[in-house]
Ligand binder design. Structure first.
Ligand code: FMN
Length: 206
């Protein structure tokens, strides 16, 4: 199924045709499409609109090679034209939380947003509130895969890497937490057909 930024797949088509792709067409990714995929992912919801997710986009071959080493040599990291590193930065979120108040709510909204976050997270340590931030960033990670597919791109989500090494390579602070690496490009293989639990196996209806 083909798609472009001007003729995107529907959400259902994107979800249905997404599968993990580890071999990509060897061509650079269109930079406008890349930005559009990121923009769509940034529309993901988050509690109190915290938007804890941050993206690091790696297209430099030398840095991709370093990431591949940090990912136990997994070849899809260097095979993809770009790798989107999705992480949560809860400390940045807390320091700049007024930015996430809706402008329509004015100064009262900004003050309220600050009070909400200070109240909710002031008593937690960096790791505990980092975990909360990650739970929000994971939502954007999911949106990112569907947004990419809807614009005709393919991805493979990855958690098989050494976080400390990736932080060092990208110069990220110690406190950030990773949703995952996401190699992205155009598919050069079909991937595996879906194998999933049935709805009845995983659902209780009340
Ligand atoms: C959080 C997460 C981490 C994953 N880590 C890796 C990984 O490190 N390497 C890899 O090849 N695939 C990884 N996968 C891909 C899964 O194996 C794949 O999503 C799953 O088998 C379902 O296949 P599908 O994505 O083709 O539907 C990961 C998937 C998720 C969601």
């Amino acid at each position: 199924m083909t798609a472009t930024a001007t003729q995107p797949l529907t959400a259902a088509q994107a979800i249905e045709t997404r599968r993990s792709i580890r071999k990509f067409v060897q061509e650079p990714i269109d930079q406008n499409d890349l930005r559009e995929v990121l923009r769509l992912a940034s529309l993901a919801p988050s509690a109190w609109n915290a938007q804890t997710w941050r993206f690091a986009v790696v297209q430099d071959p030398a840095i991709k090679e370093q990431l591949r080493e940090a990912a136990y040599g997994q070849a899809q990291v260097t095979n993809a034209p770009a790798v989107i590193v999705v992480y949560s930065d809860m400390e940045d979120t807390l320091q700049t939380v007024e930015e996430t108040a809706h402008p329509g709510m004015g100064e009262q909204g900004r003050t309220g947003q600050r009070a909400t976050f200070d109240g909710a997270f002031g008593g937690l340590d960096v790791a505990q509130r980092g975990q909360w931030g990650l739970s929000q960033a994971n939502i954007a990670f999911g949106f990112l895969m569907v947004a990419a597919r809807s614009l005709g791109y393919d991805t493979v989500p990855m958690l098989g890497f050494q976080p400390d090494k990736v932080k060092e390579i990208l110069g990220l602070p110690e406190h950030v937490q990773f949703a995952g690496l996401l190699p992205i490009g155009k598919r050069a293989e079909e991937g595996f057909p879906h194998h999933r639990h049935s709805i009845d196996r995983i659902t209780k209806f009340y």
